[in-house]
Design a protein around this ligand. Sequence first.
Ligand code: HEC
Length: 304
Amino acid sequence: MKAVGLIVGAVALAAGIQSFQSAGPAVPEGVRKHVETMRAAKTLRARVLVTDVSGGNQEISVAFARPNRFKIERADGFTLSDGKTVYEYTGATSSYTEHPYAPEDLTKAVRADELFAWTVFFEANALANVSDATDGKSRTLKGIKVQEVALRTPNRERTAGLLVDEQGVARGFTLETPKKNLVAIATEFEVGGDLPESTFAFVAPPGAKKVEPAAVSPKYAEVQAIFDKACLPCHGAGSSSGGVDLSSYNAVVGGRGSVVKGNPDSSAIVRAIRSGRMPKGRGKLPQTEVDTIVNWIKAGANPD
Ligand code: HEC
């Protein structure tokens, strides 16, 4: 019921955004205080109920502490960083990986849409591309008075509303993207509290086995080098046999079905290679090269 009320609120926010005329400071008091509080806080602990309007609830527990320590628990597992090592536990397979902490870990784990309002705890510029913000109406959330602050990003692909309490801290938010329509509410919330050391100490859940982390994505340059050697000149820009041009990143990912990002098995390139059809008239590609192409596609077929 609460969520429904908030959704109505989100619609009202969207209407508010349209009528907003940019005047005064780009970021209003509500957001600035929130950012300052998050940046100054030594710790943050919250339990967040996230409702995606297009389907499903999830509960996420987070504990953040400086430097680079975090634990993010979801129904299907958790990610934990003690600042030196990152552990990722998956409940479904009862397994975990561990690898040395790297700054990307923070970005990957903390910069999640479901944690939108609180990402700024670690990432100073998380709310930096907000171009407009305007105060909306006040309401009571879980017995706490909050003020809605509507945010808009320049490309208008994302609109958001922070639900800011009287201390100026976001206790929840709404977020609309082309894919998601989220309402997040902190059911428990504590800023600056003492978190016991054990919060960030990894203890393997009973029966969990350690597995090797998935290989990191090969660089596209490695993939192009394989195409250059094994597939060109038959699949060059000027001589694209079968309509398949493998001479550049854009041509490779832009070709119909040649590459299905994240899904090597559905990618025509992989099928052609695995079946031995390609490279036509030459020997099969060495397995290490096949792996490079497959892993690159699996990791999202990124340009770098
Ligand atoms: C000697 C020339 C030649 C080489 C080398 C070659 N191809 Fe092809 N490829 C062709 C021709 C010709 C076609 C058109 C369909 C056919 O005749 O089999 C084709 C078609 C394709 C197709 C689309 C049809 C299918 O079979 O799925 C894909 C994908 C493809 N090639 C990928 C590759 C990749 C990847 C390489 C390098 C690892 C490669 N090819 C190397 C000549 C070549």
